[in-house]
Ligand binder design. Structure first.
Ligand SMILES: Cc1cc2nc3c(=O)[nH]c(=O)nc-3n(C[C@H](O)[C@H](O)[C@H](O)COP(=O)(O)OP(=O)(O)OC[C@H]3O[C@@H](n4cnc5c(N)ncnc54)[C@H](O)[C@@H]3O)c2cc1C
Length: 401
């Protein structure tokens, strides 16, 4: 018999009391990195708040969407991080859907506590949008796979303990059927990482050269040849996450906002443009898009079982890309000529310019806007598929760079 869930108000009181007792507001900015990050995440995991919707076996509480939302609201109310991993932890969602029990046990606890770092080894110099065309190869050698090839645009590779790798294991079948998906250990001699500089002057992504690197056979997800199926699921998780969240301004100098006020409204007030009707209309448009996207994403996710994903997640990512670009344009217009400045003495302009450039992260990373439109057209709306001349040809015979 399934255990009865506590009512929503009881959940709210429990999580609120727990946060009051345990959360230190000084840890607010440490979600990505920071000295207390792992210790705090460990507490959240042990208390069952990290992924309330997951099974108890994986540190969850088997909550439904309504109760899970209450937990997220309470964490957000005090600016605490660490919950919501059932929605945002792409690595674990992929493991839950396709890994063996042994691999799950080996990796999930460390991933939840932030002790294990990850990266995505998908894109290659000759395969980005067309990921089924990857040429990095993996060959079986006893209990291991030997990997050779090159990846590019690999975010976070320098810190990663494992990379989720898509590699070719069979060249004699059409491109989608000869792929396999691995958790490749990154800290080994066969991995060489060269950082690349981004348009934002940061260096988060890298080239990764792989020469006779080894992955244990147990790190294969699903079966040999099932890589495309695993990849499509992992990409949908990534897109759903990118459709929900994005980086905010880089400077610590934030505009003063009234309780519950949107930052764009506060910026317009500061710029003396809050009574400009065209500006008001554009702010309302962005806020309406955000709200609609939140509701759409919540509805799509509420319909999904744990460990599944859907092409509909492309809609949220595409919407977020549009929201970020329009927000960036609006910030720039609010500043007028001031937006030409930069540096720490000009925090508003610095933020506007960073956010305008960083909006391309969402419209390219995780699959471009054009590719999301193709997916929505073909898999959500059921429109005719794009012609693919190499789809039925053994990959060995496909011409490519
Ligand atoms: C900030 C950032 C972080 C990233 N991090 C990672 C990472 O961690 N790991 C990783 O593997 N990759 C990562 N990427 C790479 C990203 O996934 C690819 O850049 C993206 O998928 C596009 O591939 P491409 O650059 O090879 O462009 P291409 O595939 O060559 O596309 C070029 C242009 O053609 C268009 N196009 C291509 N095919 C079609 C089509 N069928 N229909 C319509 N238009 C099409 C594209 O939309 C694009 O405008 C990252 C990229 C960015 C910007």
């Amino acid at each position: 018999m399934t255990e009865q869930l506590p009512d929503v108000e009881t959940v709210r009181q429990e999580v609120r009391a727990w946060l009051e007792e345990n959360w230190n507001p000084a840890w607010k900015g440490e979600a990505q990195e920071g000295p207390n990050r792992v210790a705090w995440l460990t507490q959240v995991v042990d208390a069952g708040w990290a992924a309330p919707q997951w099974p108890k076996e994986w540190f969850g509480r088997e909550f439904d969407d309504a109760r899970n939302r209450v937990v997220r609201e309470e964490f957000a109310r005090v600016h605490a991080f660490g919950t919501g991993q059932d929605r945002t932890n792409l690595w674990i969602n992929t493991l839950l859907a396709f890994a063996t029990e042994d691999l799950k046990k080996q990796l999930i606890p460390g991933l939840m506590r932030g002790e294990v770092e990850m990266c995505l080894l998908y894109s290659e110099p000759g395969a980005g949008s067309d990921l089924a065309g990857v040429r990095t190869k993996a060959e079986r050698d006893g209990d291991e796979w030997v990997v050779n090839g090159q990846k590019v645009w690999t975010s976070g590779a320098t810190r990663a303990d494992y990379g989720m790798l898509i590699a070719r294991t069979n060249w004699d079948v059409p491109k989608h059927r000869g792929l396999s998906f691995f958790f490749l250990p990154m800290k080994q001699p066969g991995i060489e990482i060269r950082p690349l500089r981004q348009i934002t002057n940061e260096s988060h992504f890298n080239e990764v050269f792989i020469t006779d690197a080894r992955a244990p056979a147990a790190n294969l997800l699903s079966n040999e040849g099932d890589g495309w199926k695993v990849l499509v699921t992992a990409l949908a998780y990534e897109r759903s996450y990118m459709g929900e969240a994005a980086r905010g301004p880089r400077s610590g100098n934030r505009v003063k906002m009234a309780e519950g006020e949107d930052e764009l409204i506060a910026l317009a007030r500061e710029a003396g443009k809050l009574s400009d009707t065209s500006i008001r209309q554009r702010i309302a448009q962005v806020i309406a898009w955000r709200k609609l996207n939140d509701l759409n994403t919540a509805r799509a996710k509420a319909d999904l079982e744990v460990g599944t994903s859907a092409s509909i997640m492309s809609l949220g990512k595409l919407a977020m890309s549009r929201i970020l670009h329009e927000t960036a344009r609006l910030r720039t217009d609010l500043l007028d000529a001031e937006s030409l400045l930069e540096g720490s003495e000009n925090p508003r302009a610095e933020d506007a310019n960073f956010l305008a450039l960083n909006a391309y992260f969402t419209s390219i990373g995780g699959g471009t806007d054009q590719v999301q439109r193709n997916i929505i057209g073909e898999r959500v709306l059921g429109l005719p598929k794009e012609p693919e001349i190499d789809k039925a040809v053994p990959f060995r015979d496909v011409k490519g760079g």
